[in-house]
Design a protein around this ligand. Structure first.
Ligand SMILES: [Cu+2]
Length: 227
């Protein structure tokens, strides 16, 4: 005997006027949810970065990474300078190269003031971005740019410290068939290593230079810096 053909009443109910809008609502709610998720990802955490000074207290901190020559570096090595920190990966097709280009231009525009700032690129793709690969990549943009990477554990720690999101996204079955989703925020850190403010990564080189000048020229920041 085949199974009884009585489907559950909810499914069998005629498609009255009520059920169509409710399906649409469900669809809209679903789409809305997806959009919210995408927006949150695109914002890369700018929500909480802009929630007042208290929200900024937890950003940054200690880290231990590897530079382009394979040497271990920590946040202490940058004391006395501002750090402009960006997370990404060298295979990035658009955001990272564009941002680093703008950062390099901003540094050129700042002239002598740029000596106070160390732009730092931290790769979140340790499988492909060896120290040598990162060094070659960053040097192509500017000799001032410091490229850092690390093992998975080191990178997870530094990403957590900066509240950076990153995740591998498969685009095929091959070992290299993946991209990295990542937050794209420039973090300006003070001479004492503490977070000052986010800088718009999508800005032009001129815009980034202006933002940096404004932030570094702010007496309350300069006074608070320990040299
Ligand atoms: Cu990128």
């Amino acid at each position: 005997m085949s199974a009884p053909l009585d489907p559950p009443p909810a499914v069998e109910a005629p498609l009255g006027e009520a059920s169509v809008p409710s399906r649409r609502s469900a669809l809209l709610i679903g789409l809305g949810g997806a959009l919210v998720t995408l927006s949150l990802m695109a914002m890369g955490g700018l929500f909480w970065l802009t929630q007042g000074p208290d929200a900024a207290l937890g950003i940054g901190g200690v880290f231990s990474l590897v530079d382009g020559d394979g040497k271990t570096v920590t946040e202490k090595g940058f004391r006395g300078k501002y750090m402009l920190v960006f997370f990404g990966y060298t295979f990035c097709p658009d955001v990272c190269p564009t941002t680093l280009n703008q950062v390099a231009e901003a540094m050129d525009r700042l002239g002598g003031q740029a000596d106070q700032i160390v732009p730092i690129f931290i790769s979140v793709d340790p499988k492909r971005d060896t120290p040598a690969v990162v060094k070659e990549f960053t040097t192509a943009f500017s000799p001032r740019l410091v490229g850092l990477t690390g093992n998975a554990e080191q990178l997870e720690k530094v990403a957590r410290a900066f509240r950076v999101y990153f995740a591998e996204r498969r685009i095929g079955s091959g070992p290299d068939d993946y991209t990295m989703d990542h937050s794209s925020i420039l973090y300006l850190m003070g001479r004492d290593g503490r977070f000052i403010a986010p800088v718009r990564a999508e800005g032009s080189g001129e815009q980034i230079a202006t933002d940096l000048q404004r932030l570094i020229g702010n007496p309350s920041i300069s006074n608070g810096a320990r040299l």
